[in-house]
Ligand binder design. Structure first.
Ligand code: GLN
Length: 318
């Protein structure tokens, strides 16, 4: 049964943080840019915010990290707000079974990426967000959106990380050019990638990220304003995409072990949404061979087991 006693959840995150501190297999920190490579693999943070507005956290829950691909969830939300279901003509909604930055399916599938969470799909989303804007304005829109859903004006973009992404983004540039050749990118590739690299460089901590995920836990509603960020149907669909595609070619394994919709990033963060119950952010920079946080996944597995929060448990919330 889902835990209802506040003390239980605090005790649980404290226990999990302690267990993670003792782990020796922490995975490998992403090293393609200095802004990520220098992060100490010893970090671990967790924050859980529940439907009743309570927050439980442990470890490095207030330390900023690069949210990287977790930003794709929020960019997708913005893009759906702009063009609605027409988006699905330009990006699919099937798991790819391939690495996050793979190009292999794009030729056979005519430049339509499998889903919005692989890099190719997220680059199409950046193109949609860019429409009618200068790149700077589009980046500003994403940043404002993050501050709004997290209820926190202190969120910023790490310019050094954004620069690093641009300097090493050869694959992303190839993906964007390839899709442009198919007519699925409408703006100049440098501008589209400028938007994509800056959203990847959003710097947030676990508490902020857990709060940013609240609208996906609450059927699309912003808990502070009461307004809908998205409709209940759209929140449900974004959660479905997170479950099926949020960990790339590790999505099946994550569903098997954790069973909660989640989105990972190469900065070592994972955002998980337990519909109606909780929004959870974990961070540990060491990654497994699929590019997902090693200890983040393990911690979420332990949380899911202890709480019964897997969406595959057919029990009434307590
Ligand atoms: N910035 C990274 C990239 O585009 C994001 C990938 C990720 O977090 N999986 O390669």
């Amino acid at each position: 049964m889902p835990l209802t006693v506040a003390a239980d959840l605090q005790a649980l995150v404290d226990r999990v943080a302690e267990e993670m501190a003792g782990q020796t297999d922490r995975g490998k920190v992403a090293d393609y840019i200095p802004g990520l490579a220098r992060v100490d693999p010893k970090h671990f943070g967790i924050a859980i915010t529940t439907h009743d507005g309570k927050m439980y956290s442990a470890g490095d829950a207030e330390m900023n990290f690069s949210i990287q691909s977790i930003s794709k969830v929020f960019a997708l939300t913005i893009a759906l707000g702009k063009v609605g279901d027409a988006l699905w003509k330009r990006v699919g909604r099937e798991p790819s079974g391939n690495a996050f930055n793979s190009i292999v399916q794009l030729e056979a599938e005519h430049g339509i990426p499998r889903n919005p969470f692989i890099n190719a799909g997220a680059i199409v989303i950046s193109d949609v967000v860019l429409a009618g804007h200068e790149p700077r304005e589009a980046i500003g829109e994403i940043l404002r959106f993050m501050r709004e859903v997290a209820g926190d004006d202190g969120i910023t973009i790490d310019d050094e990380v954004a620069r690093g992404e641009a300097e090493t983004g050869f694959r992303n540039t190839a993906l964007a050019n390839y899709m442009r050749a198919f007519g699925n990118i409408e703006h100049p590739v440098e501008q589209v990638l400028g938007v994509y690299f800056h959203q990847c460089a959003l710097a947030m901590n676990c508490k902020q990220l857990a709060k940013a995920g609240r609208y996906l836990m609450l059927e699309g509603q912003h808990p502070e304003t009461g307004f809908n960020v998205v409709s209940p149907m759209r929140a449900r669909r974004i959660n479905a995409l997170m479950m099926l595609c949020g960990h790339y070619d590790g999505s099946g394994e994550f569903a098997f072990r954790v069973g909660i919709p989640g989105k990972s990033g190469v900065g070592g963060g994972i955002l998980c949404v337990v519909p109606g119950i909780a929004s959870i952010a974990v961070w540990s920079p060491g990654l497994n061979d699929r590019g997902n946080s090693t200890l983040g996944s393990l911690a979420l597995e332990r949380i899911a087991v202890a709480t019964g929060w897997s969406v595959f448990n057919q029990r009434e919330p307590g």
